[in-house]
Ligand binder design. Structure first.
Ligand code: NAG
Ligand code: NAG
Ligand code: NAG
Length: 404
């Protein structure tokens, strides 16, 4: 009898952890993050303040914070969160799928790429987090939790900034200098990303060049140069150049989308749809490309709450309507800030390139991808097609903080 039970539960364990099923679900989830990426990006750039600033976020990390919200949300609040995620999976499947996707894309060892991700939920000291919520959000989403006394606003801001800095090896300085509501939940994502190129740039191939923020405004930046075989496409109709640079072991790649001539990115941003991206990706062809990129570090911090609200998250932010009783056991919590900050290093590091490229016939007449003016970039996962990060480099220098 006991033996039978053991066998039965073993069988059950196998069924619920069916790797084939999970793979299919993870790719559904990965796919839904592409929609989230583009919808959120387009909503953000409508904000006048962001239209001429650097922008950067990780759609998968935003999705994972939404996953945590959906873990603790009920009724209409939960429905809205799920409709933003745009994925139709039962809760008992959704959360493990998230954790599988996450383990896959964020493994620094197998991927040989630096990507520190810290995610934390802050709640007012007056509420109590339910144990099952805390445990599940840790296991599935690696979110940790903290309480702060919001009575002292300055102290609150300071402790969030300190945590963000610690989480990113000191790469993120201040992620915010103000908070809006002080009586609700804060979701905070703090990240540090440094691409490790499949083929490194050479340290002798760096010099000072001008980066045209606008036609009339140039800043001086160190520029790194390299010629290699890359996936490249020039869209003559839309006057856009696209190049794809593999990151370590080709687990993911950096895709750069740049207007042919200096202009604000507005026109190209309007072109950004899933179909357009797929069209561009399908037309990429390997050929010799001479790439020049600014070698700069950027820190970008956003308060995503108002943008998510515009995308339909209206209940969660409403003190009178929000239902996060799965988090606290009562209807006593709403979302008051969602900080999402990334330190990103454009650097030369990568794997040594052993082959003598210049011996190749095809290297004789490289196309030039000279990134001396604003461009859009995204880090795309090669296994799941998820968009790991998406952003634009508009001002190579200067930290960018959303004004609250
Ligand atoms: C990363 O992947 C390796 C090899 O698959 C595994 O041993 C390791 O536990 C993973 N690390 C994390 C943090 O999941
Ligand atoms: C990537 O691999 C190189 C060479 O093996 C190693 O020196 C470096 O520390 C690795 N980086 C990461 C982030 O794993
Ligand atoms: C994706 O992975 C495959 C298999 O490893 C590889 O052949 C291909 O070049 C990779 N693509 C990119 C863009 O890195």
């Amino acid at each position: 009898m006991e033996m039978k039970l053991v066998i039965l539960s073993l069988l059950l364990a196998v069924v619920t952890a069916d790797p084939m099923m999970l793979k299919e679900h993870s790719s559904m989830l990965a796919d839904s993050t592409i929609n989230l990426a583009l919808n959120l990006y387009k909503t953000m750039v409508k904000d006048q303040k962001l239209s001429s600033e650097n922008l950067l976020f990780s759609p998968v990390v935003v999705a994972s914070s939404l996953g945590v919200m959906s873990l603790g949300a009920k009724d209409k609040t939960a429905k809205q969160v799920k409709s933003l995620l745009n994925i139709n999976l039962r809760d008992d499947v959704l959360h493990p799928t998230f954790s599988e996707l996450f383990n896959e894309i964020s493994n620094e060892t197998t991927r040989n790429t630096t990507w520190k991700i810290g995610s934390r939920l802050y709640g007012p000291s007056s509420v109590k987090f339910r144990d099952d919520f805390v445990q599940k959000s840790k296991t599935h989403y690696r979110h940790d939790h903290s309480k702060i006394s919001f009575r002292d606003k300055r102290n609150t801001i300071q402790s969030i900034n300190e945590w963000a800095s610690q989480t990113t090896n000191g790469k993120l300085g201040e992620i915010t200098n103000d908070v809006s509501g002080v009586d609700g939940a804060f979701f905070v994502n703090a990240m540090y990303f440094k691409p490790h190129w499949e083929e490194r740039f050479h340290e002798t191939m760096i010099d000072k060049r001008g980066f045209m923020v606008m036609r009339t405004h140039t800043v001086s930046v160190p520029m790194m140069h390299r010629t290699g075989l890359y996936n490249y496409y020039e869209d003559e109709v839309n006057k856009v150049q696209i190049v794809e640079m593999p990151l370590a072991h080709k687990y993911s790649s950096m895709v750069l989308i740049m207007p042919r001539y200096v202009e604000s990115l507005e026109r190209v941003e309007k072109l950004l749809t899933k179909e357009q991206l797929n069209t561009w990706f399908s037309k990429l062809q390997k050929r010799a490309v001479g790439i020049s990129l600014p070698k700069v570090n950027i820190e970008v911090s956003h308060d995503l709450q108002k943008h998510l609200q515009e995308l339909g998250l209206t209940e969660a932010v409403d003190k009178n309507k929000a239902d996060f009783s799965g988090i606290t056991g009562k209807k006593d919590l709403h979302l008051s800030n969602m900080f999402h900050a990334t330190a990103f290093e454009w650097n030369i590091e990568g794997n040594p390139c052993e082959t003598d490229l210049h011996a190749h016939e095809e290297m004789r007449s490289p196309k030039l991808f000279y990134a001396d003016h604003p461009y859009i970039f995204l880090v795309r996962d090669n296994k799941t097609n998820a968009i790991l990060l998406i952003g634009k480099l508009v001002k190579p220098k200067g930290n960018n903080h959303d004004e609250l």
